[in-house]
Design a binder for this molecule. Structure first.
Ligand code: NAD
Length: 401
């Protein structure tokens, strides 16, 4: 037993602690929305890479609780100890497993590096044993680095291309609006970011699972990407990460050609900007998100990860659905964020956002609450004044060495 008082220890865009009860409540909220949004059946075996947080967690919960899927998830989370909390993703999955088990659902988790051969071998073994044939693979990794087969380490960077960048951003440590400056990426940094966040690993997964004969007739796969507005473009879409996303999207088109021969397909879904650990780390994005949340909430268009993914399954990926795409074969879940009047309203406010106008012109409070909630803090109904068991066990699949 290790009951501790857990308080946030936020350092910039991460918290060093996570609250187990808050994370559990977040998962229960998402499960409720997933159940209400799906028929409760219709999807078979699913593999989710990046299953513990953000868009991947919402995909897992939607598949399992909204569509009755049998699911294998892969994530990279830190377990707790007697003295220290685990990461939020760990606690998210503790609750997801508890709920799934109570209903007798087939759901397993592998906690390890999805880029590694060991984890790939372990997934193959698990799929052969319990989750074949695979109907759907959701690729939702957001990783800072990748160690490839030869042991080479590739790092993902968030930098502009060609010229240095200065632009408005949040200083998440001091809660102030600042001018952020970033030097342009080198060619190596661009190539390295594409290695980590591009489509190579997605393709490796599909090739492996196909060679092993694990894919169902009509197998589908989806990976997630972002485009976003002009305010973040120098750093995001026209930056190093944008190059990686272009590669991911091109990989989706190639995979689609191959998979459609068997009645299946591959898609990249362009999702809406939301607060996750990955997005909070990108300069300019938290400020933009605060501004666009305000506009979208005013128009009752706001969505989080779970609402987006419920919509993805309902309209595009669910049983009997054919995804609707733009002319670059991308599903556009960012349609509401990118509505011309939403974007025009953000542009109109952008120049006037400063420390004094922050709360009036943006939903900084909402951004901050979402951010704290990622780690299980500021969640309604959770009593933070009492100690809680932090050393919560998660039954994991053993990784093959
Ligand atoms: P996130 O940080 O919330 O979650 C990342 C997940 O990847 C976690 O489950 C983590 O455990 C897992 N992971 C990271 N490295 C891993 C590794 N080496 N091996 C196994 N698992 C690993 O991220 P997110 O924001 O949900 O991003 C997921 C995808 O969605 C990314 O492709 C991202 O670009 C895309 N996306 C995000 C946004 C946004 O606003 N957050 C918008 C559109 C698209």
């Amino acid at each position: 037993m290790a009951e501790l008082m857990v308080e946030p220890r936020i350092r910039g865009f991460i918290s060093l602690t996570a609250h187990p009860e808050g994370c559990a409540a977040n998962v229960r909220r998402q499960v409720k929305i997933a159940r209400a949004g799906g028929p409760g059946e219709g999807v078979g075996n699913v593999l989710v890479l990046g299953s513990s947080q953000g868009y991947g967690l919402s995909s897992l919960l939607t598949a399992v609780f909204g569509y009755g899927a049998r699911a294998l998830g892969v994530c990279f989370e830190k377990e707790p100890s007697e003295e220290k909390t685990g990461t939020a993703g760990w606690y998210n999955l503790v609750e997801a497993h508890r709920l799934a088990e109570a209903e007798g659902r087939a759901f397993s988790t592998i906690n390890g590096d999805a880029f590694s051969d060991e984890v790939k071998r372990t997934v193959v073994r698990e799929l052969k044993g319990r989750f074949r044939p695979l109907e759907l693979l959701v690729y939702s990794l957001a990783a800072p680095r990748r160690v490839d087969r030869e042991g080479v380490v590739w790092n993902s960077t968030l930098k502009p291309l060609g010229e240095s960048y200065t632009g408005k951003a949040f200083d998440l440590r001091h809660h102030t609006v600042i001018d952020a400056a970033l030097e342009p990426a080198t060619d190596d940094e661009i190539a390295s970011t594409v290695k980590v966040m591009g489509g190579e690993d997605w393709r490796d997964w599909i090739s492996l699972l196909r060679e092993e004969g694990l894919l169902a007739q009509g197998f589908r796969t989806v990976a997630y990407s972002y485009i976003g507005p002009e305010q973040t473009a120098e750093i995001y879409r026209r930056g190093t990460i944008g190059k990686a996303k272009e590669h991911l999207e091109a990989t989706g088109i190639q995979l689609n050609t191959e998979l459609s021969a068997d009645g299946g397909g591959a898609w990249v879904s362009i999702n809406k900007g939301v607060v996750t650990q990955a997005s909070s780390a990108i300069p300019a994005v938290p400020l933009y998100l605060s501004a666009v949340f305000k506009v979208m909430k005013e128009r009752e268009l706001h969505e989080g990860t779970i609402e987006q993914i419920v919509r993805l399954f309902r309209d595009h990926l669910g049983p009997g659905k054919t995804p609707t795409t733009d002319n670059e074969h991308r599903i556009r879940l960012d349609d509401l964020e990118m509505l011309p009047d939403v974007q025009a309203a953000v542009v109109e406010r952008w120049a006037d956002i400063n420390d004094e106008t922050l709360h009036e012109l943006t939903d900084y409070a909402g951004f901050r609450r979402d951010f704290e909630q990622l780690f299980g803090f500021s969640v309604d109904g959770v009593d933070y004044s009492v100690p809680t068991e932090v050393n919560r066990a998660l039954e994991l699949v053993a990784i093959e060495k």
